[in-house]
Design a protein around this ligand. Structure first.
Ligand code: MG
Length: 321
């Protein structure tokens, strides 16, 4: 259906291929108020894999009372059997501490993520710890995972701005980023949690990390579209050489009607731009859009993704699976 749309016109200085780290099932759903049935989550993840996504963050092994939406990790993970083994799909899961790591590993998880903060205020609000205390909490988790050959992603949230502290200086984000990598994280996702970054700030942070010896190939970017800057920021990161981009199918986690709107970059919007630039992703935009339409029906409201809306509004381009 989307053949020829958008027209691919490659631009100089961009990567040939981008790996999309799909966060809809974890970062997206954890912001949903109504509890989504485990079977729906499992079907969602299977459909995402069917659309060609190869890295799908599946759930979180936080204490069930912290994030009730993801309290079914033990029930969900076995329903994803086969995706990792036969399809080669990576299914990272968030773990907050050693207990979470043990639970995830017991179910066969081979990729984990820890969730740090560049600011003291968010570390306090989210983890009830200082930044350095949270790093100390992650240290044994990362060490234990690495000893078991498990791939570790570090998330660094509030890299550009913080709702309590305002703009975050580049040097501050670089310090915590470097500390997370020094713990042994294999990759780092730079999060613009409140969506305030602009392209110059993105370039400055990436350059600041490079200056401290962090190579670009361990860095991913996680932009939110709160102020409409997510794709501009993504393009700036791609021009810098970044090839891992986080996105959420259908823009999940960014409900425009909720006060807590966080505005994850929609995977469809990202794929539309990358296809237009002739950059390989392996994603079938039609199948992905159909998946987001399917999930939106189950959630009872339309997807906030511009691309999902445009493709599903035009009968000639209506998404098919
Ligand atoms: Mg997010």
């Amino acid at each position: 259906m989307t053949e020829g749309l958008p027209m691919a016109v490659p631009a100089r200085g961009l990567p040939a291929r981008v790996r999309i780290h799909e966060v809809g099932a974890r970062d997206g759903l954890q912001n949903e108020k109504g509890v989504v049935p485990t079977e729906v989550k499992a079907e969602f993840i299977h459909r995402l894999a069917g659309a060609g996504l190869t890295t799908i963050e599946a759930t979180s092994f936080v204490h069930p009372s912290w994030v009730p939406q993801l309290a079914d990790a033990e029930q969900l993970f076995p329903l994803l059997g086969g995706l990792a083994e036969t399809e080669g799909v990576a299914l990272p899961v968030l773990v907050p501490n050693e207990r979470g790591l043990d639970r995830a590993v017991a179910l066969g998880a081979r990729r984990i993520a820890v969730f740090g903060s560049a600011t003291e205020s968010f570390a306090r609000a989210n983890l009830n710890r200082t930044v350095d205390e949270s790093l100390a909490m992650f240290a044994p988790v990362v060490a234990k995972a690495r000893a078991d050959g498990i791939h570790v992603r570090g998330y660094l949230s509030m890299c550009f701005g913080d709702p309590w502290e305002g703009p975050v200086p580049v040097g501050q984000a670089v310090r915590v980023a470097k500390a997370l990598l020094d713990l042994g994280c294999d990759e780092l996702s730079l999060g613009d949690t409140i969506g305030v970054a602009t392209p110059g700030h993105v370039r400055a942070l990436l350059a600041g990390l490079n200056e401290r010896g962090v190579p670009t190939d361990v860095l991913g970017v996680h932009f939110h579209d709160t102020y409409g800057q997510a794709l501009s920021n993504t393009l700036a990161a791609l021009q810098h050489g970044v090839t891992t981009v986080d996105a959420s199918a259908g823009g999940l986690g960014g409900c425009p009607y909720a006060k807590s709107a966080t505005g994850n970059l929609a995977t469809e919007d990202l794929v539309w731009m990358l296809q237009g630039l002739g950059i390989e992703t392996g994603v079938d935009l039609g199948r992905l859009t159909a998946t987001s339409v399917w999930l939106a029906e189950r959630l009872g409201r339309p997807s906030p993704s511009r691309t999902v809306r445009a493709l599903s509004a035009n009968p000639a381009q209506s998404p098919k699976e």
